[in-house]
Design a protein around this ligand. Structure first.
Ligand code: G3H
Ligand code: 13P
Ligand code: ZN
Length: 339
């Protein structure tokens, strides 16, 4: 069974009223953990790789790992998605690898860095122009496209924006009409990384409702959706970590956002935390251990457990067999028919 178009996975989720997590990967253990969780909970799933992940994995390794994931789990719809594609060149590389979905992050200009190392926001026109170029290229190949309007507050290396600009609902219709994107990442106050908030966050939930009303046929995406659970931060610190006090996006807030129209939920940091905690635990409790399987194995199990919990919380669980996966050729014909 080939990869499933992300558009189909998200359309089915929107129809049935649940959210689908998009989990970031860089290596084999992360992919195995996500697939184990998807199998256990019978969930469709989006596996995503950033530009950094493509570089880290030397691309071709990732390509074969994702093929293995699909081959091993033929009953699970799996989309492979490029996260925060910085430019058309990276988009083309991901599509050549076989990804069934790409994000072009036209909200910030990855080619420019300011004095603090942050990328400046792009103008609406510029964003629409690069996004449309990607849509034309990807849709001709049946590949789904996610764009972004508004920028997230971010503290991670390659994905940081200089300022948070919440998405302006007035711009959404025009952006969608101009570009033809399938999915739209919107900024409602979340940010990437572990240090999101100092206290219980107030997210711009009304924006989700409003934007969903304005562009009902586009699937809305919430980035920066890790919950950064206190127990996980404590666990990392218990075994020698030095994470500072912080708060993420509570699972309840994500559930509320899904009710209001969010379909795709991006989670990376929680996975990083759970893997770090598990590895630190082995290192501290068994300092004589030096077989990587003895610490990567437990970290893989811990990640699978966390993701299974998220799949249940987002409502994805139990939906793996709801539909038959479309092929990229089916999608090509679908996009051609819309022109
Ligand atoms: O939103 C970004 C993801 O957390 C990926 O992070 O660029 O460090 O791979 P990365
Ligand atoms: P977190 O840092 O909250 O996990 O967000 C990840 C993300 O948005 C990836 O695109
Ligand atoms: Zn993101």
């Amino acid at each position: 069974m080939p990869l499933t178009p992300m558009r189909q996975i998200l359309d089915e989720a929107a129809k049935a009223g649940y959210g689908v997590g998009a989990y970031n990967v860089n290596n084999m253990e992360q992919i195995q953990a996500i697939m184990a969780a998807a199998k256990e909970t019978q969930s469709p799933v989006i596996i995503q790789a950033s530009h950094g992940a493509l570089k880290y994995s030397n691309m071709v390794y990732l390509k074969h790992l994702m093929q293995a994931a699909v081959e091993e789990n033929p009953e699970i719809p799996v989309a492979m998605h490029l996260d925060h594609g910085p430019d058309i060149k990276t988009v083309k590389e991901a599509i050549a690898l076989g990804f069934s979905s790409v994000m072009i992050d036209g909200s910030i200009d990855y080619a420019v860095k300011d004095a603090s190392g942050a990328h400046p926001p792009r103008s609406f026109e510029d964003n629409a122009r690069v996004t449309k170029e990607v849509v034309d290229y990807a849709h001709a190949r049946g590949v789904t496209v996610e764009g972004e309007l508004g920028t997230l507050g971010g503290i991670e290396d390659d994905t940081q924006a200089t300022a948070v600009h919440l998405t302006d609902p007035d711009q959404c219709q025009e952006f969608v009409q101009k570009t033809g994107v399938d999915a739209l990442a919107i900024a409602i106050g979340t940010s990437h990384g572990a240090y999101k908030f100092k206290e219980e966050p107030k997210l711009a939930m009304d924006l989700v409702t409003e934007i969903h009303k304005r562009v009902p046929n586009v699937r809305l995406v919430m980035h920066g959706s890790s919950s950064v659970p206190q127990e996980l931060v404590d666990e990392v610190n218990k075994y020698g970590g030095k994470l500072e006090k912080t708060m993420g996006v509570p699972v309840k807030a994500i559930q509320e956002a899904v009710k209001r129209g969010i379909s795709k939920i991006n989670v990376d940091t929680d996975g990083r935390l759970v893997v770090t905690a598990a590895i630190r635990k082995v290192f501290q409790e068994k300092p004589k251990e030096f077989d990587p399987r003895k610490y990567l194995g437990p970290s893989r199990d811990a990640l699978a457990k966390l993701i299974a919990e998220r799949m249940k919380a987002f409502g994805t669980a139990g939906h793996a067999k709801d539909y038959r996966a479309m092929s990229l050729d089916d999608m090509k014909a679908f996009y051609a028919g819309k022109k």
